[in-house]
Design a protein around this ligand. Sequence first.
Ligand code: HEM
Length: 369
Amino acid sequence: MFPAVDPIPLPAPVWLFRVLHVTTLALHFLSLHLLVGGLLMASIWTLMARGGRNAPMRDAAGAVANRLPIIMTFVINLGVPPLLFTQVLYGRALYTSSVLIGAWWIAVIGLLMAAYTLLYVANARSTRGKGWGWIGLVALLLIFKIAFIYSSNMTLMLRPEVWPAMYQDNPSGVQFNSGDPTVMPRLIFMLAGSLAVGGVGMMFLGLKKFLAAETTLFLRRWGARLAAIGIVAQAGAGFWVMSTQPEAVREGLAASSVYSGCLIAWGATAVLLLGVGVVAQLKASAPGWLMPSVAGLLAFVNVAAMTLFRDGIREVTLGLHGFDVWDRAVATNWIVVGVFLVLFVAGLGVIFWLGSVVARAKGVEERYA
Ligand code: HEM
């Protein structure tokens, strides 16, 4: 059912590829959530505050829009490593599904460039005090389309039983993973998480000294509110995700202590994030690092647990079709692995250093209203 395995052995152990895959993918998801949550709320706010109706709302929208092109670079650059690791581990399934939806899969590049351009246009217009809400919403639609293509591919790769019929039906790559009840809940789950993580990002932005005081108060209050609302919405979508999984997949996940642990970690951090969101909303008038930092830590663990659990759905589902991700010939080249790990850690260190420099920068006063 699956194409033959590549005869060249893996250059590093499977567990190492999986650790790197889940780590980098969790960072991709965090950036994606910041992008989608920020763009959605900022576009709505700037439309609602048209005509100088609500200066802090318009100003907050501009402050968020100003950060979106940078966040997009993180979405893209943190998407590449997990794509490489996934191809190494699950290439036989992922290449097949990518060919089946090939035209859409390639279209991601064009959609991404168009969305990215619109983010720059929106930011430039907002800096000049011009309207940009509809531009933001068009960019968001393009981003939703990309998300849908990703969810289609990541679920189609789990359905080898439909591949031959799909290819016979239409080999030109213009199909989606239709008829699979797991696609929509999965997509909605990812998008709902964007409200929560986007909210946490706004809690941090609400600490900026060079934004007007009313704007930062608005960001802190709405950030906390969104963190609480978003995580509840995501929990609802999570139940939907689980209810659409086949019984055998749910049993396989429950039988694994790792994946059961992920589910517990996700639930515990979700409840805590809800609590922090509610408290931070009530205390929004008193700025401080404590609430955003706790919320940020909870959001990170929450997304990491979800990412590992999501990988569990794939491992169990493919396992039921006879695909064992652990069953690969390995000839580890430890020198290459060592050099890679040193560069990987150094790269992450540089990113954190860059982030801390940006956070400590004096900056200039920002005004978008
Ligand atoms: C705005 C642009 C993007 C959006 C909206 C987006 C959205 C998504 C979504 C929704 C998923 C989860 C799909 C699911 O499992 O249901 C996902 C997974 C993923 N994305 Fe992105 N993505 C974007 C850009 C990228 C880019 C540029 C790359 C790499 C070049 C990338 C690499 C990945 C990988 C590797 C996965 C998961 C693979 C796995 O399951 O192992 N993404 N993305």
